[in-house]
Design a protein around this ligand. Sequence first.
Ligand SMILES: Cc1cc2nc3c(=O)[nH]c(=O)nc-3n(C[C@H](O)[C@H](O)[C@H](O)COP(=O)(O)OP(=O)(O)OC[C@H]3O[C@@H](n4cnc5c(N)ncnc54)[C@H](O)[C@@H]3O)c2cc1C
Length: 395
Amino acid sequence: MTDQKKSIFDNLETAFSGKTNADLKFSAFIFQMMSNPFLVKLSTSAALLAVKLHLPITGIVKTTVFKQFCGGESQEESKVVIDKLGQSNVKSILDYSVEGENEESHFEKTTQEILKVIRLGKSNANVPVACIKITGIGSFDILEKVNTGVQLSKEDTIAFDTIKNRLNQLCLAAQQNDVPLYIDAEESWIQDAIDSLSMEMMFKYNAKKAYVFNTIQMYRWDRLDFLKKSLEQTKNNNVKLGVKIVRGAYIEKENKRALEKECKTPIQQSKQATDNDYNAALVFAIDNIDAIEFCAGTHNEHSSELLTQLMKEKNVAKNHPHIYFSQLFGMSDQISFNLASLGYNVSKYVPYGPVKSTLPYLIRRAEENTSMAGQIGKELLLIKEELKRRKMLAN
Ligand SMILES: Cc1cc2nc3c(=O)[nH]c(=O)nc-3n(C[C@H](O)[C@H](O)[C@H](O)COP(=O)(O)OP(=O)(O)OC[C@H]3O[C@@H](n4cnc5c(N)ncnc54)[C@H](O)[C@@H]3O)c2cc1C
């Protein structure tokens, strides 16, 4: 018998209490598919081609990966998922996942959608915060130009001002409706622009509590320092620092670009270095819990358990309003549901939007899961264990 230490995430009955056997078998099927890199490559290329050729693929995507990782095509359709998660005290962060669009009409539509989420949050306790990708409300190219510091043309200045106005409108609504806004982190070559916008909004809206949250990607070697500097800045301006702490989702893209540009990669030298900084960021956040409100966005069991231990050591209440644990919908239920059942604040990012528009998000999930052999294996293993446990109980 192996002498493995028990973890708070081992309780599979709690982890999967909301799932029927059919649900579990469906998830196992999806993860099994995603564990095959060849199949993932083939199906993502086929899906993108089918969209280009206007082939009817919506049905098949909607009943497979979309069902596993998304709440629905609209806020209304996502209500079933929101209510279901809410029954286990897991809150939903509705994420309007329309990516890769580059027209003002789309940016405006996304702004209106997020405003709708914020208003929903005011009346629905299961939707405590909203989230945004700045590239959802403005052009990537403009952000890249701002990032590099080049002189903006008259049109570019107008476009950047429009992004700022949209963000300001959302942050104001976040404050007025008491529904904070998480600003997602993106590629490093636009991140300085996002960081500046986020800080500007924090100065404006975070005096009483954090209504605006920036996101810090610990897979970057400069971010622990950045976190510390951000706290200094917010303290100097008498506002709260709001941060979502993640490892980072664009590792391959970042390394590829650095190689192409022959410059130093912003990515840490090893996974261990990322883990060390992630955990150090948690320690730093707990040590400064009066001045920082944070969300630990991770599927890493060790980091999640570490945070529970740090809270215990420092006598921080499990449901301290400054701390949220967060996972993505469709993943790591053993973390979300066990933490929620123990009384911690837990939420899941629940992406929603028209099936075709969520394809970039779904492809990222598929590629990330395939490249993280450990993660997919873990999801599959847990589901299989739970099915086995139920079968034994039934016999
Ligand atoms: C609620 C939530 C919100 C999120 N928001 C964002 C966001 O705004 N922006 C964003 O970029 N991502 C975001 N993510 C995704 C996140 O950054 C990670 O990609 C994902 O969660 C996997 O990391 P992990 O902490 O769960 O765990 P793990 O599985 O332990 O870590 C995997 C991660 O480690 C890092 N890594 C892997 N190999 C190496 C290596 N060789 N060297 C250095 N680092 C390595 C990568 O970041 C990889 O994704 C979010 C995730 C969640 C759960």
